[in-house]
Design a binder for this molecule. Sequence first.
Ligand SMILES: [Zn+2]
Length: 185
Amino acid sequence: MLPIFVLIYLCSELSEGISTNPIIYDLTWTFGNDTIYWPGWKKFEFTKQIHIENNGLYSANEFCAAEHGGTHFDAPYHFYQKGWKVAEVPVTRLFAKGLSNEAAQWIVDANKFVGVGLDTPSIDPGNTTDYFVHKIFAENSLYNLENVKLLDNLPERGFNVVVAPMKIEGGSGAPVRVFATVEEL
Ligand SMILES: [Zn+2]
């Protein structure tokens, strides 16, 4: 099966990006026991710590996981020493527009995208040995979204995307919540 891409480019005006009543799609897989991780890396581990029901509820838990699993964000630093780490990616780049299919070099040459998302575990093909796509995107300050939950009813183009990675200091990647918003016609 071919991966499905979302090309993400910057909204020129943040204020015009979200209308008062958009349709909002959640493009994120829920983190839990079934979340996919690369073999050998720490899976999502959720530990119930406190649950006190006494005149109401106090509940608090812990979680632990590798950066690069489930729906997640690849910072350019993942494959490029001088690249932005997760907390360094400018927040203005995390509100963007999505398009449909094109190829890596074309995306870089087009010089108008800030990131690329796809519905497979890696932006490179599974049998890659040189990680060409990761590297060329990282060196051009593009981030990747991997394991995006792309929905059939998302229009082919013309939607806005909000990308909200956990802001991990020094992170090369992070769990991410991704939304698409479509203007109601
Ligand atoms: Zn990754």
